[in-house]
Write a protein that binds this ligand. Sequence first.
Ligand code: GAP
Length: 460
Amino acid sequence: MKEQLTMDKLSNHCKRTGFVFQGSEIYGGMGNTWDYGPLGIELKRNIKKYWWQKTVQESENSFGVDSSILMNPTVWKASGHVDSFSDPLMDCKECKTRHRADKLIEEYAHKKGIEVNADAMSKEELYAYIIEHGIKCPNCGKQNFTDIRNFNLMFETSRGVNEEKQNKIYLRPETAQGEYVNFLNVQRTTRAKLPFGIANIGKAFRNEITPGNFTFRTLEFEQMEHQLFCRDSEAMGFYEFYKQFAMDFFTFLGIKRENLRFKDHDKLAHYAKCACDVQYKFPWGFDEISGTHHRGTWDLSRHQEFSGKQMTYTDPFTNETFIPTVVEHTIGCDRFALCALCDAYDEEELENGETRIVMHFSPKLAPYKVAILPLQKQQSEKAKEVKKMLAKNFMVTFDESGSIGKRYRRQDEIGTPFCVTIDFDTLEDDTVTIRDRDTMKQDRIKISEIKNYLDEKLDL
Ligand code: GAP
């Protein structure tokens, strides 16, 4: 029977093949930080490319920005993050480790196979549940916790020319505020009429304390966020539209629909009127990968109040002036990458009794689209020519070491959809063997036909 995928197995695979490495590894690492290797970076670039294509390029009325990570600190006062962006934390008095109370409960419920909604619980309810159910510290196994306190998730840093004159600033915890503070700029320069959107991709930072689950919850991560500015009467329609948009985006990039579900929020963030996540079925259970939020006029109203600038829109037909309502759709790029890795990972038994690890990525997500494999050293030159030709259009990799069987296995385990083998006959008649990762079937085609063959099969 096939073994269940675990995060240990996946992270070992990612490290061995070059998707993800531990952050600062040679210094013993740093908790909740990861570095993407040559394959991981390509996976993430593909995710971002298609998100931009679907969100900006193919949209009727959306525009991009690339806003600063460091913002005027008043932005975070206005947005509510300084006062309300926190997690319920408790310390173990025995071993001094710190825990998120809601996560302790969720892990306990998952192990027991019971449904519990820790998200919707108050601090007091969380504490009572932990005591009542005898939930223990996962580090030392004792139950001796402090009270629950709210711990702000924003990373603070300072700017200033000398030590005395330093101002506290923050690393942004979401990219969305860069879209709100540029609402007037984008509207003015594009002359966009409502409804219109602003998209932003970039790093966000959160002082997360919950460890484990590989790259799921990290201190820094990339968000792909889109704010749709509209009339209030249209907002629920757009909310439903973007919920489905997120789900369709995951399946468009090959994530299996049966591993995805919608999950309405029970406890709303300080800015949200209603919110719904898409969750993926990770090895530890369903968990959030993206969200759609009806943010009302919260953000623009607050920025109007704190900046003194009119964050309004004047309808060119009715002359009515009002603060637009916002519907946000957000996907964590790193969470998408993790769900793509989990969804693609497979161990297949072959007819000869061997097992192959194969990453069944959608070709759109695969880091390399094709591998060029000269059978012997004599065909290396020809193989390099083919690589050079294809590299103008595709990410191509080249491998000339080891038996051809081993080389196929290496490409299978990084998810390369096609392998092109250059052999004796290639030098005679300019034909190659092209092998499909999933079916392992091979075709013999002319070198001049490879590009069209790949265009058709990959459908990028
Ligand atoms: N602008 C709204 C916002 O930031 P969020 O639900 O807090 O909403 C959006 O975050 C997405 O960012 C999440 O759905 C998740 O994919 C990703 N994300 C949030 N915190 C993360 C973390 N610590 N590590 C990795 N990804 C994270």
